[in-house]
Design a binder for this molecule. Structure first.
Ligand code: BGC
Length: 768
């Protein structure tokens, strides 16, 4: 059903050639002219100031601030031009994911996938706020994150870990918290990559081969891939990065339908659209809605001035481009004279430079709490927490220790070295590397999202540090695939990982060496606890049912405080409350889409990728097809137990189904609360702990369940809390491709409240 519906819709979005092959009719229609920013709501003052400043600029000055220039004394990923005559200092733009990249005196925060696994809005905001402060201290105006795409259509996606979740709702909520946190700290957030940037294979064009075309129908685009961007724009994001790939056969940064039509008209986006680094664009991209080129002047160079003189780009457009950029700058308060000189803390480290220590003590609890919160306990036969201080622990596996960052293989996998060369390597050459980063523990994935902290608190050191005060004896063998086991061990901890890096999609979802290691230890140790650091999905079916595997922790990518966070959890000083932000399948083939389009030998110069699965990705697919996952979306164990009771559903808008489609997401009606759902969560165990209650909605003619609410409560034993889910009209809506608007269908909407997508504790419904 999903496929038929998708393609009916695709045909409407595209030119009606009557072809059966989606790629032959997936076309992105032209939408011109580019709508000027309106400067309404939170943008009003910023626009007023920006218009005043832009009004004093010459054409050359306006053009200058819409592009990058090479600056040799700082390592910002990009630097705009400046307008010294009017005292405008220009901007430094820089990555992002785990903290300030490629510099010293900064912190390494948990990666986005780890934040997604925490399902914790407050922690997400705090992380973004403190991280934003570090960017500001370094003189970075635009932080190149957060990431709402890729969402994770394929579990092999090389950059899935840079996003919070494959679920658009969870991603949208955490993107919004992050944007507000960054911008409250005084930096411009940049939600990326717009849009359907779901694979690294063919991510960019090279030598006559086009980038992949993500062929997405209008309904899927709105209900799945656009959804978190809508939340980002609603949260006031000041910039959006367009993507490398093609969407319906037009490049993301040349795509007037997406930039002028959807982003700037339908979503009423008032900030600026930023080119992904050297992404395909042309002069007409300015007309298509692109506002800033990076890292250089690209095809605009001096030609943009000429294009304005000869009328191929309108004078109003360049004024709008400059206004959007300066409005973003004003929106977050960078006009304040206390804002540091752009790039001040980003000097080339190999040359004498000013020391800017961006770390502030207030961020420490957030970094540690965040590291704890993204660990997910998926199996526990009573092994955890340790009942008493263990007399003997044995530690195995390459992932237990600090990475040797002098080792080039390790650097390569982490993306710390020669990133420009690596960036080029993807253009045409295949790179293969092992799933396992055997050089040491991983606290981040590779390249743009990575950063380097002062220390990596690795698991073995943290365990030994604890052993020092407890008198525990620790054995370790981190290299052998079949280590000897001291039979007196109270527990054997096996550390394995799965790395992933921008530029390449993953080779698979598990590796034989690591699986063999777990099985070998389990064959000799009756209490084998497996800890996996992962930049995405990592299958566990080779060994999860082994009776000696008594506990398994999916530890994701915790940032610099990895070891300490883990030790607190193992010893019960902290309690697991993380839940999987994706489905962990039994087999690769269980996923709706496993491999990316164009993997393997190909002689096409025009690679196509038809998103025929529509919105049936991850749990939406498993539910629809009745496939039992190993661990479902939203799953995670605790050391305590929670009871769910007292479901109360209240419809606030009794005429929910009427009122016609809503075509603009700036229409407040779309965001009105139309229903509230209350439930009581009680901690029925012996110790305190946190529970993420989840609300799923069964929308007619849609996937069986879709996440539409989540709330984390931390409760002492025996205590209860009421959770309140407020549902908006959008939460009930589907995208009507004919009316080009959001509409609420008539019918019965099932309400599910539970501890995961398959552990539903309370059900009810709303009739529309
Ligand atoms: C990546 C972006 C990143 C930019 C600047 C690009 O290759 O796709 O995510 O922000 O480089 O480093």
């Amino acid at each position: 059903m999903a496929i038929t519906l998708s393609f009916l819709v695709a045909a409407l979005f595209a030119s009606p050639l009557g072809a059966s092959d989606a790629s032959s009719y997936a076309r992105s229609p032209p939408v011109y002219p580019s709508p000027p920013g309106k400067g309404v709501g939170i943008w009003a003052d910023a626009y007023y100031s920006a218009q005043d400043l832009v009004g004093q600029m010459t054409l050359e000055e306006k053009v200058n601030i819409t592009r990058g220039f090479t600056v040799t004394d700082n390592v910002c990923a990009g630097n705009t031009g400046t307008v010294p005559r009017l005292g405008w200092p220009g901007m430094c733009l820089h990555d992002a994911g785990n903290g300030v990249r490629a510099t010293d005196l900064v912190n390494s925060y948990p990666s986005a996938i780890h934040v997604g696994a925490s399902w914790d809005k407050n922690l997400t905001y705090e992380r973004a706020f403190y991280m934003g402060k570090e960017f500001k201290a370094k003189g970075i105006n635009v932080i190149l994150g957060p990431n709402a795409g890729p969402l994770g259509r394929s579990p092999l996606g090389g950059r899935n870990w840079e996003g919070f979740s494959v679920d658009p709702y969870l991603s949208g909520q955490l993107n919004a918290e992050t944007i507000v946190g960054h911008q409250d700290a005084g930096v411009i957030a940049n939600i990326k990559h717009f849009i359907a940037n779901e694979q690294e294979t063919y991510r960019r064009p090279y030598f006559g081969v086009e980038a992949i075309s993500a062929n997405v129908d209008d309904k899927t685009l709105h209900e799945f891939y656009l959804w978190p961007f809508m939340d980002g724009v609603r949260a006031g994001v000041a910039s959006v990065m367009c993507s490398y790939n093609r969407i319906n056969n037009t490049y993301g940064c040349e795509n007037s339908k997406l930039l002028n039509g959807i982003l700037k008209t339908e979503l009423s986006f008032d900030g600026f659209v930023l080119l992904d680094w050297n992404a395909r664009h042309n002069l007409d991209s300015a007309n298509a809605g692109l506002d800033m080129l990076m890292p250089g002047g690209g095809s605009w160079g001096d030609n943009l001035t000429q294009a304005i003189h000869n009328g191929s780009v309108n004078d109003d457009r360049i004024t709008d481009m400059a206004t959007r950029i300066l409005a973003a700058w004003h929106l977050v308060g960078q006009n304040d004279t206390s804002f540091p000189t752009p790039g001040i803390g980003m000097k080339n480290l190999t040359e004498p430079h000013e020391q800017v220590d961006a770390r502030i003590p207030e961020s420490k609890p957030t970094i540690l709490e965040g590291a704890i919160a993204g660990h997910v306990l998926v199996k526990n036969d009573g092994a955890l927490p340790f009942k008493e201080n263990p007399r003997m622990l044995s530690v195995y596996g390459y992932d237990a220790t600090v990475p040797d960052t002098k080792n080039t293989d390790v650097l390569f996998q982490l993306g710390y070295t020669s990133s420009q060369e690596m960036g080029q390597a993807v253009l045409g050459t295949e790179q293969h590397f092992d799933q396992a980063a055997k050089g040491g523990t991983i606290v981040t994935g590779g390249r743009a999202g990575a950063n380097a902290p002062a220390y990596i608190d690795d698991p073995l050191s943290a365990i030994q540090y604890r052993a020092k005060s407890d008198g525990t004896w620790v054995n370790w063998d981190l290299t052998s695939s079949n280590p000897d086991v001291n039979t007196a061990s109270d527990a054997c901890l096996v550390f394995i990982n799965a790395i992933s890096t921008e530029g390449w999609d993953r080779e698979g979802l598990h590796d034989d060496f690591s699986d063999g290691l777990v099985l070998n230890v389990a064959s000799k140790c009756a209490n084998t606890i497996v800890v996996i650091h992962v930049a995405g999905v990592r299958l566990v079916d080779q060994w999860i049912d082994h009776p000696n595997v008594t506990a398994t922790v999916i530890a994701h990518l915790p940032g610099q405080d990895s070891g300490e966070a883990l030790v607190k959890l193992l010893y019960g000083e902290a309690v697991f409350s993380g839940k999987l932000p994706y489905t962990l399948a039994k087999n690769e083939s269980d996923y709706a889409v496993y491999a990316q389009c164009g993997r393997g030998p190909s002689n096409t110069t025009d690679p196509q990728c038809d998103f025929t699965e529509g919105v049936y990705v991850d749990y939406r697919h498993f539910d629809e097809k009745n496939i039992t996952p190993r661990y479902e979306f939203g799953y995670g164990l605790s050391y305590t137990t929670f009871n769910y009771s007292s479901l109360l559903i209240e419809t606030l808008d009794t005429k929910l189904g009427s009122g016609g489609p809503i075509t603009s997401s700036s229409d407040e009606k779309l965001w009105e609360f139309v229903a509230t759902v209350n439930a009581t969560i009680t901690n029925t165990g012996e110790i305190g702990g946190g529970e993420v209650a989840q609300l799923y909605l069964g929308i007619p003619n849609s996937p069986p369940k879709q996440l539409r609410g989540f709330e984390k409560s931390v409760l002492p034993p025996g205590e209860s809390a009421e959770v309140i889910f407020q549902l908006t009209r959008r939460d009930f809506s589907v995208w009507d491709v004919i009316a080009q608007g959001w509409t609420v269908q008539e019918g019965e909407y099932a309400i599910y409240v539970g501890a995961s997508s398959r552990d539903i504790r309370l059900t009810g419904s709303i009739a529309v």
